[in-house]
Design a protein around this ligand. Structure first.
Ligand code: GLC
Length: 422
């Protein structure tokens, strides 16, 4: 439809006469780790200055599992106090019915993002969350210690365990009593699902539930992968690893007490920050493959998004806020200051990012090839699938029952959960 000039001039005049829109108070929840909360606040300060609106951040526990439990309760109760939720990449199908469809409002910006990430947040044709960063893990290693003992980067998980043991033993003998070989996320929560999916997949043991919906987890290669991890606990990994989430692993690593660490890219900028004991002493590489037929390196795909609650009293302002935080400028800010991987394609060719956070352009291929967790297959049952998986894994690595028995039980309970179809 074409409007006459006179009408446009009138409409514009009416908008201007109304003055700036009334300032709005918004609130969002975020459980970001590391410097994530601080960088988010800086981004919001810029937004407040520009718009006159106010944004309160309700901080959440860092565990995505705890956040999910809380968000589900709030949304089920129709809570209108929270306008914007920071959502994990796996949650879209489970929360979709309570989130605003962003398709129309974001059609001017979605094209700048990687299409597969937008796809992961699209449920039944509706875009339920706009991505703000993606995630794929790295194997962090102490360059200085590998050089000191003349050892190479491990080519398989088995070699990683051998190298970790060798360096740890020599360092301890040299008086470095607190050092461990390898830290990861062994707590019973979503993070363990990520780590264990990597062990299983990289050993040729499949991806728990395959893309066609088949439950594949009860197989000898998956069991062997979990037995391997059980062997690490108390030998190359501290017994406490069974309670570690991302930040506990980073705590041990960043104080200089681990040779290797599995973690997400956020730990890179923190390790390199002023005053960090390991600054200049480490690098990252990809996680290794298992051994034998079907072995291949595997990284679990992570990432975070922003969604607008259906119960928000200010959905339009909330959508504008989401677009601001997800914008190329703010993703660049987050990348430069916290080494988060952008979801905007062009930022992988950005010279400032490449200079300040060289891990980011290096990690483009890693996240593009990362393995998704089976949330698209399991749909609204994903959290239960994952919690049954991490429970079986946690039992195994804690020495309760064999991997083969625990995976056989898991298959039975997942089959029951699935019913006739996911
Ligand atoms: C990271 C990932 C997220 C994952 C979580 C597990 O935050 O981005 O996708 O679920 O770790 O702890």
């Amino acid at each position: 439809m074409k409007f006459p000039h006179a009408f446009l001039a009138f409409a514009l005049g009416a908008v201007l006469a109304a003055g700036p829109a009334r300032a709005v108070d918004l609130s969002m929840v975020s459980g970001d780790t590391g410097v994530g909360q601080k960088v988010l606040r800086e981004i919001l300060d810029q937004y407040e200055k520009k718009t006159g609106n106010k944004v309160t951040v309700v901080p959440m526990p860092p565990s995505t599992t705890d956040q999910f439990g809380q968000y589900r309760l709030w949304l089920a109760a129709g809570n209108s106090d929270i306008d914007v939720y920071q959502t994990d990449v796996i949650w879209a199908p489970q929360l979709a019915s309570q989130l605003v469809d962003l398709t129309e409002a974001t059609k001017d910006v979605v094209g700048a993002h990687f299409p597969q990430i937008i796809q992961s947040q699209t449920v039944d044709g509706k875009l339920v969350a706009l991505p703000i960063f993606t995630d794929a893990p790295a194997l962090y290693y102490r360059k200085d210690l590998l050089d000191k003992y003349g050892v190479k980067l491990p080519a398989t998980w088995a070699e990683l365990a051998d190298t970790a043991k060798l360096v740890m033993d020599k360092e301890r003998a040299a008086g470095n009593k607190d050092i461990w070989g390898f830290v990861f996320q062994g707590n019973a929560y979503e993070g363990l699902t990520c780590d264990a999916l990597e062990w299983v997949m990289s050993n040729g043991g499949g991806q728990i539930v395959e893309p066609d919906g088949t439950i594949s987890i009860n197989n000898p290669k998956a069991a062997a992968a979990l037995e391997m991890a059980r062997g690490w606990v108390g030998t190359i990994s501290p017994p406490g690893v069974l309670a570690y989430q991302e930040e506990e692993s980073r705590g041990v690593w960043q104080t200089g007490n681990a040779v290797f660490m599995r973690n997400w890219p956020y730990a890179y900028s923190l390790g390199e920050s002023e005053g960090s004991p390991i600054k200049g002493k480490f690098d990252v590489t990809t996680l290794p493959p298992g051994s034998g037929e079907g072995a291949r390196p595997a990284a679990t795909l992570g990432g975070w998004n922003l969604a607008v609650s259906k119960y928000s009293k200010n959905p339009d302002a909330a959508i504008e806020l989401v677009k601001w935080i997800a914008s190329p400028e703010m993703q660049k800010y987050r990348a430069l200051n916290a080494s988060y991987l952008p979801t905007i394609q062009a930022l992988y060719d950005d010279a400032d990012i490449a200079r300040k956070q060289p891990v980011i352009p290096r990690w483009k291929e890693v996240f593009l090839n990362a393995v998704p967790r089976p949330s698209a297959q399991a749909k609204v049952r994903y959290n239960e699938v994952s919690s049954q998986f991490w429970t079986a894994v946690h039992k195994t690595i804690s020495g309760e029952g064999t991997a083969a028995d625990n995976l056989a039980d898991l298959e039975v309970s997942l089959t029951k959960l699935k019913g006739a179809a996911w």
